[in-house]
Design a protein around this ligand. Structure first.
Ligand SMILES: Nc1ncnc2c1ncn2[C@@H]1O[C@H](COP(=O)(O)OP(=O)(O)O)[C@@H](O)[C@H]1O
Ligand SMILES: [Mg+2]
Length: 231
């Protein structure tokens, strides 16, 4: 079976000369379709850098990232944007919603970028909002939502292009524990029920323990790759 993502000796450094800092120092692993994987490690260990490289938001300084066996260095410009937009959904701690746009407009955006027609866009956005129990908030401005509603809007937005992989960077980091648990449950039920691959960056041990597998990063290196003990 070809991994959905295969990472081979990936390095990423920031800055130059004296200021050069190697945030990833040669990391290799595979992720298979339908897995849930936690990327764990202390703050500053390189988790977000790794996720940005996996999600093709950033290119490694050296090494390769393959997406279903295709070297992603072959993807450039429009093809890269299209692949990212169609294959990935993003759920970040900071939400990245357009504050003064409506919930519906926020959820429509990835489909506008993908060139989906107006009627179909609206149909899919409303279906996703329905699924996330936000249909009644469609016309509200994003800025007026609670934290949990914002993150559910972000998940609806992540789902509208029917992604194969959801990347979540500290998805519950800005939520209280009850709301965080609701958001976690949504992500894991998407993983189980629709087979979406879930890649979660977190320093929350409980969230990591719910994943099939953990990838532990320390100072830019992968130090342990163990199957999580079933909870
Ligand atoms: N754009 C950048 N320029 C310089 N250093 C960076 C940049 N982004 C991250 N770093 C550094 O790389 C290291 C890893 O950062 P990051 O991947 O954000 O870690 P984590 O997500 O695990 O907290 C940190 O020491 C951080 O300061
Ligand atoms: Mg981070």
């Amino acid at each position: 079976m070809t991994p959905i993502i295969s990472v081979k000796d990936v390095r990423r450094s920031y800055g130059r000369g004296q200021n050069r800092f190697e945030a990833l120092k040669g990391v290799s692993f595979d992720i298979f379709e339908g897995e849930s994987v936690a990327i764990v490690g202390k703050s500053g260990s390189g988790k977000s850098t790794l996720m940005h490289v996996l999600a093709l938001l950033d290119a490694p300084t050296s090494g390769t990232v393959e997406l279903e066996g295709v070297d992603t260095r072959e993807l450039r410009g429009r093809r890269l944007n299209k692949t990212r937009n169609k294959t990935f959904g993003f759920v970040f701690q900071q939400f990245f919603l357009t504050a003064n746009a409506s919930v519906l407009e926020n959820v429509l955006l990835p489909m506008k970028i993908a060139g989906v027609g107006r009627i179909e866009r609206r149909r899919r956005a409303l279906a996703a909002l329905e699924q996330l129990e936000l249909a009644d908030k469609a016309k509200n401005k994003a800025v007026n939502l609670s934290g949990g509603q914002k993150q559910r809007t972000v998940i609806a937005r992540a789902l509208v292009n029917d992604p194969r992989i959801i990347f979540a960077d500290e998805p519950t980091g800005n939520l209280d524990s009850h709301t965080g648990a609701v958001v976690e449950d949504i992500l894991f039920s998407l993983n189980r029920e629709t087979g979406i691959t879930l890649i979660v960056v977190t320093h929350d041990e409980e969230l990591a323990a719910r994943c099939d597998r953990r990838i532990l990063i320390r100072d830019g290196l992968l130090v342990d790759e163990s199957a999580a003990v079933a909870a």
